[in-house]
Write a new protein. Sequence first.
Length: 276
Amino acid sequence: MELNGYFLMFFLSWVMLRVGLVSLITKMTYGVLGERQQIYKIPIPAEQEDREKWWYVPFVVDGVGFALLAYWGVLRFVGWEDLPTLSLTVASFAALMLTHMLITEPLYYGYHLLLHRIPSLRKHHIKHHKAIVPSPPSGFTFTLVERVSYLVLFSLTVLIVGWLDLLTPLGFFVYFLMFDFLNAIGHCNVEFFPKWYVRSPLKWVMYSPSFHSLHHSRWEGNYALFMPIYDWLFGTVEPESDALFILAQSGHGPKNLNRLHTQQHESVGMEQGMRA
């Protein structure tokens, strides 16, 4: 297949896969998962729904960007015909995960802090934070400037792995689909993680929906992309993170954003019950 054919195939399949995945998570959030374990039992404002209804359109911009990345960032060095299309080797997957954890995660953490503290950047980030009670589309609602900056930052993982000659086309797809999946569930406003999560080391390497929801409702704290360990290392974990998880997981999520402080004492008794 000629280069133009690869480019078009990559672009179309990428956009459709991403839109389909996020649409499925959105449907599950409002349907299958139900209302019991909603983190904040607060209706999403009509203004937010209207602002986010075209959430999938920017995926076209991403599709073009990722297609260009696939060619100029990776294929010009390796060559598509030299890559095993339908395989994801252990070495490739390990390289993707390690590069993401050790490079992309800390870089994003630092950039996210700047988005909150530098006025010229904060004015772009505010659009995303208008979703005080997030939904899956909130994770993809940004200004064009912020979206392009994320495209550059989040491309580092596949660029580095590609330059190391460890990337496969399937690895490329798997990495970014995992990225979209984690992004969508982090904004789903439903705490479906199991009870034991909050008492396990997993909570430092994988964020829960309530962890990121607290970032949206508090504006400060819990800045990590997907790995809370960086918040822990730099002292920016919101103190109420565990309390909100326990409340939401047990079906007692706050009905008023201002009541979380007064409900913290309830989570102590609930946590004891969860351990029983």
